[in-house]
Design a protein around this ligand. Structure first.
Ligand code: CA
Length: 232
């Protein structure tokens, strides 16, 4: 069960830009420039994550943040802020934000942050849907139990290998760059270490057997993608 990413930003151009990038990465997106409407959408359900500008014209962004956190709702929030002082960032994170991005930001970087938070949240909650399968039931990933089965056999994966596999499986077919993968697996930026992903992929493939090169496919000059589609 995955809901939409809600983009709350009163700057229309920026809102549309963020929407476009998120949609291109395969996410369902809703968007609004109004804090009041954001609160309605969050309380209405179906929102899996909020990208939130704190400076809104009608309602203080922190109110939206509080609502996302209310009564065990725990919708993750990535805060957009023009404020760059460390104190403000810390205040934002204390207020319950899962991550923050300081303006001006690169939309690609924002998408990475959003996906890293989604990945962590889904891993922590088991995605709310139990195990998911790929390739007609051949690959089975159970985030809640942290278990991967291939053709019925349990795969003994390191945390990083598990991270790479589940990151790719989040959107089968989509190409993930090494930078994106290291970011998602580690949960933060890891500049200069993108190539370490290659050795993890190599080890992962060894465990995946004869279909490995198709299951975790190399896209030359770009990165990796999951070659099997998710079962319905
Ligand atoms: Ca604003």
């Amino acid at each position: 069960m995955s809901g939409a990413v809600l983009v709350v930003e009163d700057d229309r151009e920026l809102r549309e830009l963020v929407r476009r990038y998120l949609e291109r990465a395969g996410h369902a997106v809703r968007s609004t420039g109004s804090g009041a409407e954001a609160i309605e959408l969050v309380t209405g359900g179906g929102v899996e994550l909020v990208v939130l500008d704190l400076g809104l014209p009608d309602v203080d962004g922190r109110e939206v943040l509080a609502v996302a956190r209310e009564g065990g709702r725990e919708v993750p929030v990535v805060v957009l802020t023009a404020r760059s002082s460390v104190d403000d960032r810390i205040e934002g994170l204390r207020g319950g934000a899962d991550d923050y991005v300081t303006k001006p930001f690169s939309p690609t970087e924002l998408v990475l942050r959003v996906e890293a938070v989604l990945h962590r949240t889904r891993a922590a909650t088991g995605g709310g849907a139990g195990a998911v399968t790929f390739g007609g039931g051949r690959l089975r990933l159970d985030e809640a139990r942290h278990e991967a089965h291939l053709d019925g056999a349990l795969l003994e994966l390191t945390p990083t290998e598990w991270g790479v596999l589940t990151a790719l499986a989040a959107t089968p077919g989509r190409v993930y760059s090494r930078y994106e993968l290291i970011n998602q697996v580690r949960g933060y930026e890891f500049p200069g270490y993108e190539r370490t992903i290659d050795s993890h992929v190599k080890n992962l493939r060894r465990k995946l057997g004869p279909d490995a090169a198709h299951l975790v496919a190399t896209v030359l000059g770009v990165g990796y993608r999951l070659g099997w589609s998710r079962d319905r």
